[in-house]
Design a protein around this ligand. Structure first.
Ligand code: PRX
Length: 660
């Protein structure tokens, strides 16, 4: 807990401007406090009111929160609705039919616009096509797609027919996809021939073909392939079909499947503290409500806005703030295929200028990389671009360091745009702790205050509140509508991971350390308290990487820890004992490369250790327990000041001090 206590105090405060307060949906601190008070007085009633006002129901619900099976909570359970109806049809009925829903900005800079009417037609045909393949309500469908209109349409089409999608990020390996296909029991995969990144074409269907050949996937009867690049790819007769063929003769309308509010909308796999990723299961009604509310309150979205969330649809941010939230609010949004540094590191700023983006949502890693790039090459510095269309900036995925915050605020936002530093997780469905632009005084590096109705708190090891100014475990004291419903197929793991008995079994444990400012009560997130790393805003379990390493026939033992990294937040550092003699010099360098490539193949390039150290053994206590504290110090390059008297083999530390 010491590390959590040692946060430096940030003294700069930025008050919302009068103009921002005036235009904001939640305008002024009194309005925020009134919502918090309403939630406190009648919690279930508060959320029920919002669910009635913001979501379109086929049949209205009569119950709000049902705690009878806690901690498996149910919300609005007897109401029925359809998410795709809320995102598409509702816009056709509201006069938004000819409004641009998506501006697709391709890797090569070509932009294509799709209206709500066109998107509706595509999704309906897609949904009819899925039905024609025998895919129906409750079936699981893996989506392994590039950033594209078709990727969003695939998710919407599943939602339209009540099929449960599980999007797998296009950077994951065949083995990772295979694991998810099996765990989800998927019967279909939607993919593309290739994806375009930085001017290069990378195979996607080939990865799925490899995954499907690994065994145990006989239940996958359909693979639908979006033709992105037109590469020549093998198609398996009967199983594989191109998207354009699937939808060619389908009707342009499709009656939505009306599902109960608790019907699972999607599974999304994320890392936990064991080797196996967790299939986070989300609901339909509660999830949609929070996606809408946070779009309206955190991003203060208005009809004239152009919204751009730079996340990939393979992560939760791309679910809530690309595939669902913006569409459910009738917004115009950018869907970006490329990367921030291609053709150069001015791409984000150039794209904001090109499409007059007004709300921009990205990750601290990207900001830090672009700061560095503009220091190196002044041509790509933001001052060369016209960024005055921006009015609001957002940050997500990891703590934003105050220096990066200030640069974002000054160089991108021109000191005019509030920054919403949104803390949330795959499991929470949407923002949990975040400034609201017309309400909250901003403090660089702090995600400030809970979203109205979210009972965020900080407790000690036994679940008791800690006072402001002291660090502890971040928890949520009450269930909320968009929360995780289960870990797919593993309710025990759900309970143990999120509602541990140590804390009394009724507090949602986020897995992060945090503290509240002693005077303002602002929250600052101090990073994970479990064996989960945050690398470039992506969650990686140390055990997952260790399992991948020891699966290599050359490796006897491996331990993985994180160390701070200026660019990626945390970097992966692996300590490895080989079955053969410990390599040194060039042999160690070659072995490092070999093992990095191995992990990329086992999990995906995002899991590659940046640093690998070889030893004859790992530092262990006499009872054989690996002393990870020491490994963390070694990874950081710190002097070992800890007590090493319980160490069986202190001599090993010297070997592990340096990478190859
Ligand atoms: O450690 C927190 C960090 O990211 C974790 C959640 O990761 P994931 O489920 O992949 O979702 C990321 C996108 C919502 C959290 O447990 N995190 C996320 N947002 C912030 C953050 N840490 C600090 N500040 C944030 N704004």
């Amino acid at each position: 807990m010491n590390a959590i206590n040692s946060v430096m105090q940030e003294l700069r405060v930025f008050q919302p401007s009068a103009e921002t307060v005036a235009r904001a949906t939640i305008s002024g601190m009194a309005a925020y406090e009134a919502l918090c008070k309403e939630a406190e007085t009648d919690y279930a009633g508060y959320w029920a009111r919002l669910a009635r006002e913001h979501v379109s129901w086929k049949t209205p619900f009569t119950q709000s929160l049902d705690e009878s099976e806690a901690p498996f909570y149910h919300w609005f359970a007897d109401g029925t609705l359809n998410v795709s109806y809320n995102c598409l049809d509702r816009n056709l009925e509201n006069g938004n039919a000819d409004k641009v829903a998506i501006i697709f900005e391709a890797d090569d800079g070509k932009a294509t616009k799709v209206t709500y009417r066109e998107l509706h037609t595509l999704v309906c045909k897609f949904a009819n096509g899925l039905k024609a393949r025998g895919i129906k309500k409750g079936d699981r469908v893996i989506i392994y797609m590039p950033m594209s209109v078709e990727g969003v349409a695939a998710m919407q089409a599943c939602a339209r027919i009540g099929a449960i999608h599980s999007v797998v990020f296009g950077g994951f390996s065949a083995k990772s996809v295979h694991e998810r296909i099996i765990d989800a029991g998927a019967i279909a995969v939607i993919t593309a021939d290739e994806q375009c990144r930085s001017g290069k074409n990378l195979g996607l269907k080939s990865v799925i073909d490899e995954a499907l050949s690994m065994g145990g996937c006989e239940h996958v009867h359909s693979q639908i392939v979006y033709r992105r690049t037109g590469a020549a790819i093998p198609m398996q007769e009967g199983r594989d079909i191109y998207l354009h063929d699937l939808i060619a003769n389908q009707p342009a309308t499709c009656e939505p499947e009306w599902v109960g509010a608790e019907h699972p909308l999607f599974l999304l796999y994320t890392s936990g503290s064991t080797g196996k990723p967790k299939g986070v299961q989300h609901s339909t009604g509660g999830y949609l409500l929070h996606a809408i509310l946070t779009m309206k309150w955190t991003f203060d979205i208005k009809p004239e806005d152009t919204f751009w969330c730079t996340a990939d649809i393979g992560w939760v941010t791309g679910h809530t703030y690309i595939a669902y939230g913006p569409l459910a609010c009738g917004a115009t949004q950018i869907v970006f295929e490329g990367v921030p540094t291609y053709p150069d590191a001015g791409r984000f700023w150039q794209t904001i200028e090109k499409h007059s983006v007004s709300v921009f949502y990205t990750a601290p890693t990207a900001i830090r990389a672009l700061i560095k790039a503009s220091d190196v090459d002044p041509k790509v510095a933001p001052k060369n671009y016209k960024l005055d269309s921006l009015r609001l900036l957002g940050s997500v995925g990891e703590p934003i360091n105050p220096e990066a915050w200030m640069w974002y605020y000054e160089q991108i936002g021109g000191t005019r745009c509030p920054i919403v530093d949104t803390f949330w997780q795959t499991e929470t469905g949407g923002h949990m702790i975040t400034p609201l632009p017309g309400v909250t005084p901003l403090v660089p590096g702090s995600c400030t205050l809970p979203f109205p109705g979210i009972a965020a708190a900080i407790v000690d090891e036994t679940g008791n509140d800690v006072e402001w100014g002291k660090g502890g475990f971040l928890v949520v004291k009450k269930p909320w509508p968009s929360m995780i419903r289960n870990i797919y197929g593993d309710p025990d793991r759900f309970r143990k991971s999120y509602y541990p008995e140590d804390l009394g079994g009724r507090l949602y444990l986020a897995g992060d350390g945090a503290m509240r400012d002693a005077t303002t009560g602002n929250f600052t997130i101090m990073g994970r308290i479990d064996d989960v790393l945050n690398v470039s805003g992506h969650r990686m379990g140390t055990m997952e990487i260790e399992s991948a390493l020891v699966a290599n026939p050359l490796v006897a033992e491996a331990a993985v820890v994180g160390r701070p990294d200026d660019l990626t937040g945390e970097a992966i550092c692996a300590f490895v004992v080989l079955k053969q003699t410990r390599p040194t010099g060039d042999a160690a360098k070659a072995m490092t490369k070999q093992l990095q490539d191995w992990v990329a193949k086992e999990i995906g390039p995002i899991a590659k250790p940046k640093d690998i150290r070889f030893g004859d053994n790992l530092p262990k206590t006499r009872s054989g327990k690996i002393m990870r504290r020491l490994l963390r110090s070694l990874a950081k390059g710190e002097e070992i000041t800890q007590d090493v008297s319980t160490l069986e083999n202190p001599g090993i530390l010297e070997q592990l001090r340096h990478s190859a």
